[in-house]
Design a protein around this ligand. Structure first.
Ligand SMILES: Nc1nc2c(c(=O)[nH]1)N[C@@H](CN(C=O)c1ccc(C(=O)N[C@@H](CCC(=O)O)C(=O)O)cc1)CN2
Ligand SMILES: [Mg+2]
Length: 306
């Protein structure tokens, strides 16, 4: 064996920020064709209830991304104490507003609200988050659905890293309705053999060690250790956890659900970093979903290549 063939390939750090910027550009490039055909711009309404600082940042980023893509942004900011009935009334108005193609209610909602009832009130055709049970059901049975942005973005990164996923062993750690379950459905649709693992899974490390593809979406800082990962695995880290600040620091470091340095030493083939991995794909896929929703509502074909 030559020195060259013996040399280890260094793992690929998947640049989600760059991929997301490209996707957003492709959406922006496709918007004029929609405008030409429909005689209007696609419109996204984002509803923020309360003053959660992180949610405020995300809503501002969504507004900027919407404008940059050449779409209309409708922002609705409601007081923390607004009643659920008032929120549902606003959603009803947005459902019947022809200029609005996508409706997104920023989560988390204040404690006095029932997330499920609020999501259920959104017209499934405008549910650009893909959280409505109608869209979850359509995804599960293989019908045309709005697909949740974080798993959709994760799948795009996986296909970019691996190409065809058919026949691969995929383990998704975390069974939330927003990430874990739709992620498992998407991987199944790609002909992976899918295990949906969670906090009660026995011998979790052994289960993860079998995987060609690992998607970590548990919301626990660095829970997936390097010795849980097989050499050559591709790892998608969905977690965004802030560690307590080091002495003298104002803010703690952001880490994912995977111990990244250990994963790199375990010789994984590719891994998404935190920050700069899956996170930016969430907003890019929201732009994509808004254009797709607009096309479907206008009776146009889905935009190509998105
Ligand atoms: N209705 C929804 N609510 C929430 C969603 C969602 O998809 N729909 N997801 C998250 C928040 N979120 C978008 O809303 C979001 C989270 C993180 C990022 C991101 O780019 N993160 C950066 C790091 C940011 C930081 O420095 O804190 C990264 O990972 O690089 C974008 C969007 C919950 N609510
Ligand atoms: Mg609640």
């Amino acid at each position: 064996m030559t020195a060259q063939t013996q040399a280890k390939k260094s793992p690929q750090i998947i640049d989600g920020k760059a991929f997301a910027a490209e996707l957003r550009q492709r959406v922006a490039d496709a918007v004029p064709a929609f405008q030409q055909a429909a005689g209007r711009s696609p419109g996204l309404a984002v509803v923020l209830v309360g003053e959660d600082p992180a949610s405020q940042v995300y809503v501002r980023s969504k507004h900027k991304a919407t404008i940059a893509a050449g779409m209309e942004s409708f922002e609705h900011r409601l007081d923390t104490n607004v009643s659920q009935d008032d929120l549902l009334t606003l959603i009803d108005q947005l459902n019947t507003d022809d200029a609005v193609d996508g409706i997104l209610v920023q989560l988390p909602l204040p404690d006095h609200m029932d997330d499920k009832a609020v999501i259920a009130a959104i017209d499934p055709a405008k549910d650009v988050d893909g959280f409505h049970v109608v869209n979850a059901g359509r995804l599960a049975v293989g019908e045309e659905a709005m697909v949740p942005c974080t798993p959709l973005g994760s799948l795009m990164l996986l296909k970019h890293a691996l190409g065809d996923l058919s026949g691969m062993d995929a383990v998704v750690v975390g069974r939330s309705n927003i990430v874990g379950k739709p992620m498992a459905q998407l991987l199944l649709r790609e002909n992976c053999t899918v295990t949906l693992a969670h906090s009660r899974t026995r011998n979790l490390a052994d289960v993860v060690r079998r995987a060609d593809i690992v998607v970590a979406a548990v919301g626990r800082a660095e829970m997936v250790r390097g010795d849980w990962l097989k050499s050559g695995a591709v790892v998608i880290d969905v977690g965004i956890n802030r560690l307590p600040p080091a002495e003298g620091a104002e803010k703690g470091r952001l880490v994912g659900d995977v111990a990244t340095d250990e994963a790199l030493r375990a010789d994984v083939a590719a891994i998404t970093p935190v920050p700069g991995g899956v996170g930016p794909m969430t907003i890019a896929c929201l732009m994509r979903n808004t254009l797709v929703a607009a096309c479907r509502r206008a009776g146009l074909a889905d935009p190509e290549g998105l």
